[in-house]
Design a protein around this ligand. Structure first.
Ligand code: ARG
Length: 298
């Protein structure tokens, strides 16, 4: 008898101490937050609970990083690490405000390792910044990471991720301060479609995407959806969860056979984050690992 595996496993952090108390991206306005802080904090809890519940309803198992007073952005667990094949490469942050999160994520990952949910936890070399899955998004169809650089993360992280995980990393330069992490502007879906906002990337980045993703799989979004962070979506099987999107984008995603759950995350938008940022998938497997598991079972 084998233990039943959850359909998906994620790391999240409840927004007990979420707020906008500093500004490290153009979405964040601490003065505006302070004027209505109780209202926004209450909204963030409701919105997060709904996302959390929707994911559990879809069969996801969710582990939590304990919230820490004074670390409002700890909720954005996508930034905690890059995870693949049971290995985690811990993030190093650009800004001092978020560097203070690093020891808390490190503790959370070593606890996951102690529980046997990860096999290895490693650190970036000194001087290299990479803000986890926020800038290193796995594409299960193409079996490589898409890595954003130039705003938060360093281009120099690319060979390190390639070596660490033994997979290719396609690096794309980010061109718009509002889309400072690549996950704010790109989401590969399970069957090979890629939702993305072309203007978030340089011309070279855009042609790299177009070279690798055939036209019928590209779901290019306009600014009206980009500004809702509609590309910052979480998917479990055929379901795509996002804060909100236009009818045009909804129809485009549904045409590819996915079901959409729109679960508003407006309080988090005030920090420049949405659904994908609030989650970190822990059970992603590369093609090599999937084959190894299959062969072992055969
Ligand atoms: N306020 C946070 C920051 O600027 C938001 C992070 C959102 N996370 C993400 N993966 N895009 O760092």
């Amino acid at each position: 008898m084998t233990h039943s595996q959850p359909k998906a496993r994620f790391l999240m952090c409840a927004p007990e101490h979420f707020a906008v108390t500093y500004a490290i991206n153009p979405w964040m306005d601490p003065k505006r937050w302070a004027r209505d802080d109780r209202k926004f904090a209450a909204a963030s809890r409701k919105e997060w609970d709904r996302l959390h519940r929707a994911m559990q309803d879809l069969g996801a198992e969710i582990d939590l990083v304990p919230a820490v007073p004074g670390l409002p952005d700890l909720v954005f667990t996508a930034n905690a690490a890059v995870v693949l094949d049971g290995k985690a490469l811990l993030a190093r942050f650009r800004h001092a405000e978020r560097q203070a999160e690093e020891p808390h994520y490190e503790a959370a990952f070593s606890a996951l390792k102690d529980r046997g949910l990860l096999t290895a936890v490693s650190k970036l070399p000194e001087g290299i910044v990479l803000e986890g899955a926020g800038d290193c998004v796995w594409d299960p169809t193409r079996n490589h990471f898409w890595m954003g650089y130039g705003q938060r993360s360093d281009a120099g992280a690319r060979p390190i991720v390639e070596r660490e995980f033994g997979v290719d990393v396609v690096a794309l330069e980010l061109a718009d301060a509002r889309f400072y992490h690549m996950d704010t502007a790109m989401r590969p879906l399970p069957r090979g479609e890629v939702i993305y906002y072309p203007n978030a990337f340089t011309a070279a980045g855009r042609s790299e995407i177009r070279r690798r993703v055939p036209a019928e799989k590209r779901i290019e979004i306009k600014f009206d959806d980009a500004r809702l962070l509609a590309a910052n979506a979480v998917s479990i099987d055929d379901t795509v969860m996002l804060s909100g999107c236009s009818d045009v984008l909804r129809a485009a995603i549904e045409r590819h056979g996915y079901r959409i759950i729109a679960t508003p995350l407006n309080a988090f938008l005030r920090s420049g984050g949405s659904a994908f940022c609030l989650t970190l998938r822990l059970d992603i497997r590369s093609a090599r690992m999937r084959d190894a598991v299959k062969n072992a079972a055969a």
